[in-house]
Design a protein around this ligand. Sequence first.
Ligand SMILES: [Zn+2]
Length: 139
Amino acid sequence: MRIDPHALSVPPPTPTAETLPFWQAARRGELLLQRCADCSRWVFYPRALCPHCWSDRLDWAPASARGTVRSFTVVHKPGHPAWAVAAPYTVAVIDLEEGPRMLSALVGIEPAEARVGLAVRARFVEVGEWTLPFFEPAG
Ligand SMILES: [Zn+2]
């Protein structure tokens, strides 16, 4: 079964001062990542210090919102009952083009069609009052 994101009523994210720009950008349909002003490397998840050089000079920059599936699993018994309507669904680790990895769900694809190396792009879906970045096949 494919996830029908519009049928989801899952617990919302809990933005912090460090993550709020990410969620605000998602609402605009934009994948914003932090980038270090000292070592130029991309950073995800949002945080106060660069994990590569410990600089506190992290800026926000638009990312390509494209990547490839590094790994995935098909969830038949969700850890939270709100996801039961979507099961079975595919949770994937995405290697973003910029380098960081992001855990998300695949939409627009049957779980049996998921595969390592699949090219994907972000698909922003309103769930309640927030917008979640899921991923769909890029082809
Ligand atoms: Zn750095």
